[in-house]
Design a protein around this ligand. Structure first.
Ligand SMILES: Cc1cc2nc3c(=O)[nH]c(=O)nc-3n(C[C@H](O)[C@H](O)[C@H](O)COP(=O)(O)OP(=O)(O)OC[C@H]3O[C@@H](n4cnc5c(N)ncnc54)[C@H](O)[C@@H]3O)c2cc1C
Length: 405
């Protein structure tokens, strides 16, 4: 136990490896410890194997936190453009998919290899699998007991991520350590997660599994923990309920017992904008069946399912009462529905909540109560929208920490 590290980083995922590489190249003696058999598994499975590694528009508005100002400093000091420069330096091909989301052309493994190469440039030591048994604060250093012996260090960086996907080694270790040192933890919740529905609320939409529809979705409200959201994205109908980017985004703002609101026609594009009344009041539609009219703006199977739900299947529009038209309009433009729950940690992409940002310095990610103890990445109460923002937070928080070790 003679050597003293400048920093021991617990967790060799996105934030931990990136932080280690930057700190190592700044001349710090850094050790990374990870309990997994393989490093960077979340990066490997991310973005469908192509890693949506950042978003060119990433900014504070793309993050949920009890303190929405906390992430500003770190995001400003290490913006998406810096990570893009690094990716380009390594010759990794990438492309923009949708709304600024950048994906590798080939494989997420290239990002892992790049992070490991950066660690190697900084002469970072990496040990895995190793289990960390205890972390204690001495008078002038920290002591870390592991399954492979003890380590002394000037700083401890907790980077063990969030609770999603326990099958690949997710753990609550950073949160446990926060609590051990008397730091407040905001209750963790699965986010960017599909929502489930009871058969009663979902009705005949169960039969449409696999169908994807662009919608406008709203969830949350001003009084709730993370406020309200509105997204224009694709919604995917599944056997268990609703998924796809629209629902994943809405899930982060959803609170149990509250409804979400779906405007199925909110993404219909027409010159001058789309107005449901124009469709309903169009004289040319009088003799058409309800499902034919709906199929002019919705996928045919969905048009039929909605007409069926309102007992209007096969009914000529001229025969549909004012009251039924109003009910149909409500269903199409403001389907307010209460999810039964989420599909939980197994299916969530990210964790809401985590170490309370009040406990940390936003410039350095260091604990205010315990100098030398840092928290970075997903374990902090900063959660990104879908689309590369969560990795951007891992890079930005890792960079802020590395520069203050
Ligand atoms: C299926 C899926 C797809 C995703 N796709 C994207 C995407 O395309 N774009 C995006 O921005 N975000 C995506 N995310 C989210 C993103 O992966 C995370 O936000 C990001 O990896 C968090 O980085 P991190 O370093 O904090 O945690 P991680 O990358 O999860 O790293 C944590 C590390 O800590 C280790 N660890 C855990 N517990 C312990 C312990 N007790 N002792 C020692 N080591 C421990 C783990 O083995 C792991 O190596 C996705 C997530 C999932 C689940």
């Amino acid at each position: 136990m003679s050597k003293i590290w400048d920093a021991v980083i617990i967790g060799g995922g996105a934030a931990g490896l990136f932080c280690a590489g930057v700190a190592g190249q700044l001349g710090k003696k850094v050790l990374v410890l990870d309990h997994a058999e393989i490093l960077g598994e979340k990066i490997r499975i991310s973005g469908g194997g192509r890693c949506n590694f950042t978003n060119i528009h990433s900014g504070p508005a793309n993050f949920l936190s009890l303190n929405p100002h906390f992430a500003k400093s770190a995001l400003a000091r290490y913006p998406a453009s810096e990570f893009i420069k690094l990716v380009s330096l390594y010759g990794i091909g990438y492309h923009e998919k949708h709304q600024g989301q950048l994906f590798c052309d080939d494989s997420a493994k290239q990002i892992i290899e790049m992070l490991l190469a950066e660690c190697s440039k900084g002469q970072v030591s990496i040990r895995y699998p190793v289990s960390v048994q205890s972390i204690t604060q001495g008078s002038s250093e920290w002591l870390i007991q592991t399954s492979q012996g003890g380590e002394r260090t000037k700083a401890v960086v907790m980077a063990t991520g969030g609770l999603p996907v326990p099958a690949i080694g997710a753990s609550a270790f950073s949160l446990d350590i926060a609590q051990q040192f008397d730091l407040n933890v905001i209750e963790p919740k699965p986010a960017l997660v599909p929502l489930s529905f009871t058969a009663e609320t979902f009705g005949n939409l169960n039969d449409l599994a696999g169908l994807s529809v662009p919608v406008r979705i709203a969830s949350g409200s001003k009084g709730l923990r993370y406020g309200a959201c509105r997204f224009l994205e694709d919604l995917l109908l599944t056997h268990k309920g609703l998924s796809g980017p629209a629902v994943l985004q809405a899930s982060s703002y959803w609170t149990e017992g509250e409804p979400i609101h779906i405007d199925w026609l909110g993404a219909v594009e027409r010159p001058g904008g789309f107005n449901c009344d124009e469709l309903f009041n169009n004289e040319e539609n009088r003799l058409k069946s309800t499902e034919t009219i709906l199929a002019s703006v919705l996928p045919q199977r969905l048009a039929k399912a909605f007409a069926e739900q309102k007992n209007l299947l096969g009914r000529k529009w001229a025969e549909v009462s004012k009251k039924d038209r109003q009910a149909l309009k409500e269903l199409l433009t403001n389907w307010s529905v209460k999810p039964a729950g989420t599909l939980g940690w197994k299916k969530a992409e990210v964790m809401l909540g985590g170490v309370d940002t009040k406990e940390l310095d936003g410039q350095t990610m260091m604990s205010r109560k315990h100098p030398g103890l840092f928290f970075i990445g997903e374990c902090v109460d900063v959660t990104g929208h879908l689309g590369g923002h969560n990795f951007q937070w891992a890079w930005a928080s890792g960079f802020a920490c590395a520069n203050s070790l």
